[in-house]
Design a protein around this ligand. Structure first.
Ligand code: GUN
Ligand code: ZN
Length: 436
């Protein structure tokens, strides 16, 4: 396939702006992103690339798509989301444990029916595409067919996705429980079927400590030993009542994280959603084991879970990604999620510069998922997943962004005001995603 160029304002991160400052990002007001065979060939200033004689002499001849009044950024990376909760987003009036009982479990029971799972998976992926999210770490339900339906739909769209079947052998309705042995066997079969197939990867997915016996958590640890490059995806220290329940269920453990560590579940491919209420020693263990916390601001606000101490975790050296946590999260939009992450910091007397939020939603997310060798920015050779943002998608956005003098201001306004309406197009491996 021939080269194609995309001419637009282009912004991407090369490192964490919290650490590397202005060396951490590149912005080309009149930029060109060159793509061939689904991969990035080059990114830079339009005139420089077009006139450069050396490496890019064939660039001048490539077909160019004109997005000159738009902004291109790397595809967003959502490090924690539940596809089966698509149809129950915005369920009123409960904190975590009641919310699970009243809304979540009944909704997830519907996924015993694979045709229902297929229908929701398609609509979920449409929603991700509509919002510019090109990679996500995704919960299924306890039913293996929920994961088959999801991976089939993602494979058809050539998406880079990570997902897994929920492990849940207690403290849940009968029709949503597996057993330690069954969960192990079903997960193993899923890993063998899906992990590493095209762009798909598997995550061993115990829901959270209260719904798994020690035996089941140990079996999850065994899977990680047997398949060292699969992920571990679960919840951690989200809500005070949940934490108290974990202490009752696992009296021998020092704290919530210790429950997981005891079964060998920490590590560089382990992603723990929330981590709102963590002691210093848990932060140290997360950092020492290179584990990841997915910060889910809209969910933490919606369920009244608490304020995520981003700066404290960063000071401990904990790797952090950003997640929507739909359906407890209230938006599929990572732009909205960045805006809410800013507000969560504001409520703690901290701040979150827009470029740092963009980093968390792109390259930082890729690093959190150990996928920065293939996604997260526009370095040559990376997979060409990107979003085209329309700064004038609504009358208010148009008038407000027209006032912005720097790309930081523009980006911050997008995080505050924009959502799926600002996503003009989403590209997967250099091709425009089709969704309805
Ligand atoms: N903890 C256990 N299950 C869930 C879930 O589905 N959503 C959230 N936000 N927290 C959980
Ligand atoms: Zn969740």
């Amino acid at each position: 396939m021939g080269k194609r160029g995309f001419r637009a304002a282009i912004l991407h991160c090369l490192a964490d702006p919290a650490v590397a400052g202005d060396a951490a990002w590149e912005y080309f007001a009149d930029g060109l992103l060159v793509v061939a065979d689904g991969k990035v060939v080059a990114v830079g200033d339009y005139t420089d690339l077009m006139s450069s004689k050396s490496a890019s002499n064939s660039i001048a001849a490539c077909a160019v798509v004109d997005y000159r009044d738009k902004l291109i950024v790397p595809g967003f990376i959502d490090t924690h989301i539940h596809y089966p909760q698509t149809d129950m987003i915005g369920a009123y009036g409960a904190q975590l444990l009641d919310w699970l009982e009243s809304y979540t479990f009944p909704e997830e029971a519907k996924f015993a029916d694979e045709s229902h799972a297929r229908d929701v998976a398609e609509r979920f992926l449409n929603e991700l595409m509509r919002n510019g999210t090109t990679t996500a770490l995704v919960f299924g339900t306890v039913h293996p067919q929920s994961v088959d339906a999801f991976f089939q739909a993602a494979q058809q769209r050539q998406l880079r996705m990570i997902a897994g079947k929920v492990l849940m052998d207690r403290n849940a309705p009968e029709n949503l429980r597996d057993t330690a042995e069954q969960g192990y066997t079903e997960s193993k079969a899923q890993i063998q079927r899906w992990h590493g197939k095209d762009r798909l990867l598997y995550a061993v997915t115990p829901r959270f400590a209260p719904t798994s016996s020690r035996e089941q958590l140990d079996k999850a640890g065994e899977l990680l030993q047997e398949f060292p490059d699969v992920y571990l995806h679960t919840h951690l220290a989200e809500n005070e009542a949940e934490i108290a329940w974990v202490a009752e269920l696992f009296p021998e453990s020092e704290n919530y994280l210790d429950v997981y560590e005891h079964s060998g579940l920490l590590g560089q491919r382990s992603v723990f959603a929330h981590g709102v209420h963590l002691c210093d020693s848990s932060c140290e263990r997360l950092a020492a084991t290179n584990s990841v916390v997915a910060h889910c601001p809209t969910s933490n606000l919606f369920l009244g879970s608490g304020l995520f101490p981003l700066r404290r975790l960063q000071q401990h050296g904990v790797r952090v990604g950003l997640g929507t946590d739909v359906g407890a999260g209230t938006s599929f939009s990572m732009l909205q999620t960045m805006g809410e992450a800013y507000k969560v910091q504001q409520l703690q007397g901290e701040s979150l510069p827009a470029l740092e939020a963009l980093y968390l939603a792109t390259l930082g997310g890729a690093k959190a998922l150990s996928l920065d060798h293939c996604i997260g920015n526009f370095k040559a050779g990376k997979e060409a997943d990107f979003v085209v943002l329309d700064l004038a998608a609504t009358p208010l956005l148009a008038s407000r962004t027209a006032q912005c003098r720097t790309i930081q201001e523009t980006l911050f306004v997008l995080n505050t005001l924009a959502d799926d309406r600002a996503v003009a197009a989403t590209y997967i491996l250099g091709e425009q995603a089709q969704f309805n």
